[in-house]
Design a protein around this ligand. Structure first.
Ligand code: FES
Length: 307
């Protein structure tokens, strides 16, 4: 993310706050990638998703310090850190803390997304930063929440949360914030017995807003559909279905590896599987030829495919 957190493409490397952990520590806690964990220090706690890392030793974990209360539930990552500071420069200790990590599975999940597009004057409609500002007020309601952007030229505001309190008035207010409050304009699914409620809005051919409450299995591929701006016509019957994968014929791009040239993991792995060399891939897509920060990841993918 950027210092302001307002540039969509800079969320491509890491879409939300993630606790990086060694695989042994994850296995001991029965954790998989994307599972929620409560990270607790002497001073406070946060709830974030866990992700396996090959760069850490057992007993260590890593959480970028840049995520603040404007982008996540609670007070942000710094709430975990000790109150120590350098007596001369007054620089606070912002790099190390002793923490406990435990699996977190309470509550119900919520995902809300809104896509913006440029109008004839080149202005994004709706203004994604205004949408974020409206959604930000809900962050303190949830033990786990992240509010981020996805995509590039047509950014998508993404709110993910988990909490006990998915009260009808909260859902109604969210729908107003996301332009999902007109029943004649949206697809709607309601299962009161299971406490599942979903809405989606298609404008023209594009999926412009989604709100999933109580069951959010389709969140990832729906986000991908919004980011890519692909036609929603072919998948309209499945927009509110509990599918973790897009219907046949559609495919998610996977994680963006080269942020400079918008090249995704699946595309890179597919190229290596088809026998393309790293030089060939770079000549064709330009990935890795600007800032170079993705080159180690490109090499790792090439090695994985060759093994
Ligand atoms: S991320 Fe900059 S060249 Fe790939």
């Amino acid at each position: 993310m950027s210092r302001t957190g307002l540039v969509a493409r800079l969320y491509s490397h890491e879409a939300e706050p993630l606790l990086h952990m060694h695989k042994d520590d994850m296995e001991r806690r029965k954790l998989g990638d994307g599972d929620l964990v409560k990270v607790k220090s002497k001073r406070g706690s946060v709830v974030v998703k866990a992700q396996q890392s090959t760069t850490l030793r057992p007993g260590q974990c890593f959480l970028p310090m840049h995520w603040g209360g404007n982008a996540m539930g609670g007070l942000g990552i710094n709430v975990l850190l000790p109150g120590n500071f350098d007596p001369y420069s007054k620089q606070p200790e912002l790099k190390h803390a002793a923490v406990q990590v435990e699996k977190y599975s309470a509550g119900k999940s919520l995902v809300a997304m809104r896509r913006s597009e440029a109008d004839a004057d080149g202005k994004l409609q709706p203004n994604p930063h205004a949408v974020m500002a409206r959604l930000r007020q809900w962050l303190p309601r949830f033990p786990y929440a992240s509010l981020t952007l996805a995509g590039r030229n047509a950014p998508v505001v993404v709110l993910k949360a988990r909490g006990d309190d998915l009260a009808p008035e909260l859902i109604e207010a969210l729908d107003r914030d996301l332009s999902l409050d007109d029943p004649t304009q949206v697809l709607s699914y309601q299962d009161s017995r299971r406490d599942v409620a979903k809405r989606a809005r298609v404008d023209g051919d594009s999926l412009s807003a989604v709100r999933l409450a109580g069951e959010t299995k389709a969140a990832e591929w729906l986000a991908d559909l919004m980011v890519q701006g692909h036609s929603a016509a072919a998948v309209r019957p499945w927009l509110l279905a509990p599918l973790t994968q897009p219907p046949a014929g559609q495919s998610a791009r996977g994680k963006i590896i080269c942020n400079c040239f918008d090249v995704a993991e699946d595309e890179i792995a597919e190229a290596f599987r088809a026998g393309e060399t790293l030089d060939g891939l770079q000549a064709r897509t330009q990935c890795g030829t600007n800032c170079g920060s993705c080159v180690p990841e490109l090499k790792r993918l090439r090695q994985n495919v060759n093994n």
